[in-house]
Design a protein around this ligand. Structure first.
Ligand SMILES: [Zn+2]
Length: 433
């Protein structure tokens, strides 16, 4: 007879539950402190994960260990280690071919966005390379990127299409994203986002692109979703001056909403267009970037329960001003984090993002961890299953080779040595050695 439980972890120096009362998003005063289990001398932290992959118990060794010992298939001694929930990456563009390393050199040498564009670089280059790439090759590239993300502690990631811009390539990118869900070698949950409105395709106007998305791409994608051939969770639009304006973005988002997808879009990055107020009115799950958000925008997000996904890697690389993160948190907006991994911002490390968020955005370490767990899960509508260590939630954990979890942020880019194990649904899916 097999053991009734999959995994028992005991004697941890610290367990950071993040939240412990079923909270599904956190902002304001509550971000001051995390829910933690800090055992006294001679005791330890203990977590039990059931055969269903969900957390069956969490507490102190002295309270729960004896009741489960002998009933678990695997037992892990976490002495001198600390445990946090699996991290959640709220915003990535991970499916594309052809890197842009040459452009990085050009940018360092002072080339402007337009000079890069004229030299045949920028998003048009990625679109061309992606359109010419087979589904299998795109999948190989994507899978390697997911693996790297997972090694940094991520167990759930949002993944966007958006380098096809035409129906065929966008569909191919979404198929690639869906493949990860059915591949037993990929130990990560993925939230699929259709981002056909990521840029205006070459030779087209914004209005023509909008019509193609609303009248052609979305109906075809919806039909594929209805027949279970494709799965899409969210819809995204790059709402920005010179890309899709607020009216066009609203039309696209409404069409996506009718298809049953959650709204999660790029807003107020370079200009304040008051797209956030539009998104809040549509009850968007999340909006990303927000460097230029207005006070009215912050208010609208707070009133409508929208999550603000901020992306410190992009702001760092493009020397953008910081979004008013502290003001958003104080106003009651749950703030989430994402790597924004894309050919222009090659970062697959959530701990690095948390460090940037603390140093450049003035977030506290608890706020950064809230943003990289429960709030990022909330931005994807998944905070009842992901983002904290609570009974009934998925057994997605990161075991850190240190007695205090804050080392994950404190050690700049040094997480390879710190992430000892990544656990997905009670299964150890990555080990440092
Ligand atoms: Zn993005």
């Amino acid at each position: 007879m097999s053991a009734p439980y999959k995994l028992l972890i005991h004697s941890a120096n610290q367990i950071v539950q993040v939240v412990s009362n079923g909270e599904t998003a956190v902002s304001g005063q509550q971000t001051r402190n995390l829910s933690t289990i800090d055992p006294g001398p001679g005791d330890g932290g203990c977590i039990v994960i059931g055969r269903d992959g969900n957390i069956a118990a969490v507490g102190l060794n002295s309270d729960i260990k004896d009741a489960y010992m002998g009933k678990c298939e695997n037992v892990y001694d976490a002495t001198n280690q600390s445990i946090i929930p699996g991290l959640v990456d709220g915003h990535t563009h991970p499916v594309w071919a052809g890197d842009r390393v040459n452009e990085f050199a050009m940018k360092l040498a002072g080339a402007s966005y337009m000079e890069i564009h004229e030299a045949g670089g920028g998003i048009n280059y990625t679109v061309e390379q992606t359109r010419n790439c087979s589904e299998d090759h795109l999948y190989d590239l994507f899978k390697k990127r997911l693996y790297e993300l997972m090694r940094s502690g991520v167990t759930l990631a949002e993944c966007k299409s958006g380098y096809g811009l035409d129906f065929d390539t966008e569909e191919r990118m979404l198929r690639v994203i869906n493949r990860a869900t059915h591949d037993s070698e990929v130990k990560m949950d993925v939230s699929a986002t259709y981002c056909g409105a990521h840029a205006i395709p070459k030779g087209s106007t914004a209005e023509e692109a909008t019509r193609d998305i609303i009248d052609n791409q979305i109906p075809k994608l919806k039909a594929l979703c209805d027949s279970w051939e494709l799965h899409i969770d969210n819809i995204d639009v790059f709402c920005e001056k010179g890309v899709f304006d607020v009216t066009q973005s609203k039309g696209i988002l409404e069409a996506g909403m009718s298809a049953g997808w959650k709204l999660n879009f790029h807003a107020e990055e370079f200009n304040c267009l008051h797209s956030v107020e539009m998104g809040a009115q549509l009850k968007a799950s999340a909006m990303s970037h927000l460097e230029e958000i207005s006070d009215e925008g912050i208010q609208a997000m707070a009133e409508n329960g929208c999550v603000a996904t901020v992306l410190p890697s992009t702001a760092y690389l493009l020397h953008l001003k910081s979004p008013p993160v502290r003001k958003m948190i104080e106003s009651g907006v749950p703030v989430a984090l994402g790597t924004d991994f894309n050919p222009n911002a090659y970062c697959l490390s959530m701990p690095m993002i948390m460090n940037l968020a603390c140093v450049n955005y003035g977030m506290t370490m608890p706020q950064a961890l809230y943003a990289a767990t429960i709030n990022a899960a909330a931005s994807l509508g998944k905070s009842t299953t992901h983002g904290s260590i609570e009974v009934g939630k998925l057994g997605d954990l990161v075991v850190l080779d240190t007695t205090r979890w804050e080392h994950l942020i404190y050690r700049i880019a040094g997480t390879a040595d710190l992430v000892k194990h990544v656990i997905k649904s009670g299964e150890i899916v990555y080990s440092k050695d």
